[in-house]
Design a protein around this ligand. Structure first.
Ligand code: FNR
Length: 315
């Protein structure tokens, strides 16, 4: 029920912060490359991806949510963009959900889970990546949330030491500071997904589910752009993934120019799938693939690496 509530409330939720609008990409009046010259591939956690944007964790568990994931699997196969399924948590309690969870993709769990269960989930899902999501603000807004924060770091440590696949520390819409990226470096994690403010806001969503609200908690954290600035100096030491409020190919390219290796999209793609259907989302993704190439042409960048720094902050 909570998962279905999240989808309904996330789709109603209106984005208020658009930090990426404060940046402008380099623009060249005389482009030097054509579409055939442009290579949109990127390397994330040591694996080559054909495209630098992907469907980020959204859902899993329950008939409706599992159907959404099946659609995303199909869309990922048809378009060639990567797909990261949502939390494996329902699958830990329910065999049907465990069976339905996409296999051979990524597995997503929160830092409140037992390390042994997390490591078992890797094998059970035949996952290629482990997304460890962190959502302290959401847990604080929920009276029934996990409030044993003192175990979260040791869980991440134990999992990172024993994981057989790359571990990605993933925020869920409140961004990351420099201290967090330093912890990720200490633990030798493969990547961080900074998932900043500007899109889905789980403090707001959880407040929307109850009468006794703590609205002030909705404005804590770092925007996606601030988070990328925080982690930019470390981009050669750990893979940076961006997400949070990504609306269009221009946002994707801006994040890449701000040092990200890849960019995750949740709400916008969910919205298209739920309201307009699978074919509409496939068409939209194809449009993004082509328009990212056009933007790279305007920036005189043949590769994703060449985008690095081709951006300026507006006053
Ligand atoms: C999410 N997100 C999420 N993240 C995660 O790590 N595990 C999860 O299970 C979920 N579940 C989930 C459900 C719904 C309905 C939404 C919209 C989002 C968070 C998501 O991956 C992302 O970090 C944020 O939503 C910010 O990106 P957008 O939505 O602004 O593109």
């Amino acid at each position: 029920m909570r998962k279905k509530d999240h989808i309904r409330l996330a789709l109603q939720d209106k984005t208020t912060v658009t930090s990426l609008d404060n940046y402008a990409i380099d623009y060249n009046s005389i482009p030097r490359f054509g579409l055939a010259d442009i290579d949109t591939s990127t390397t994330v956690c040591g694996t080559k991806w054909d495209f630098p944007f992907f469907i980020n964790a959204i859902t899993a568990g329950g008939e409706d949510c599992n159907k959404i994931n099946n659609d995303f699997v199909e869309i990922s196969k048809i378009t060639g963009i990567e797909f990261f399924p949502g939390s494996y948590s329902p699958a830990l309690k329910n065999e049907e959900d465990a069976k339905a969870y996409p296999k051979g993709y990524s597995v997503n769990l929160g830092l409140d889970k037992e390390p042994s269960l997390i490591l078992k989930a890797i094998t059970d899902t035949n996952a290629r990546y482990l997304q460890m999501h962190t959502n302290p603000l959401q847990e604080i807004v929920m009276p029934e949330g996990d409030h044993n924060f003192e175990s979260w770091f040791t869980t991440l440590q134990e999992v990172s030491e024993n994981s057989t696949i790359p571990v990605i520390l993933k925020e869920t819409g409140f961004g990351m500071n420099e201290e967090t990226i330093k912890l990720a470096l200490d633990l030798k994690l493969a990547a961080v997904d900074v998932s900043g403010m500007g899109g889905t806001n789980f403090a707001r969503i959880e407040n929307g589910r109850r009468d006794n609200k703590s609205v002030y908690l909705e404005n804590i954290g770092y925007t996606t752009a601030e988070s990328l600035e925080n982690v930019y100096p470390y981009r050669d030491k750990i893979d940076i993934i961006a997400s949070g409020g990504i609306r269009n190919p221009l946002d994707v390219v801006k994040c890449l120019a701000l040092g990200a290796k890849a960019v995750g999209v949740s709400k916008i793609f969910l919205d298209i799938l739920v309201n307009d259907g699978k074919d509409a989302l496939i068409a939209e993704i194809e449009k993004w693939k082509k328009e990212i190439k056009f933007l790279m042409i305007l920036m005189n960048a043949k590769t994703i690496q060449e985008l690095d720094g081709k951006i300026r902050k507006l006053n």
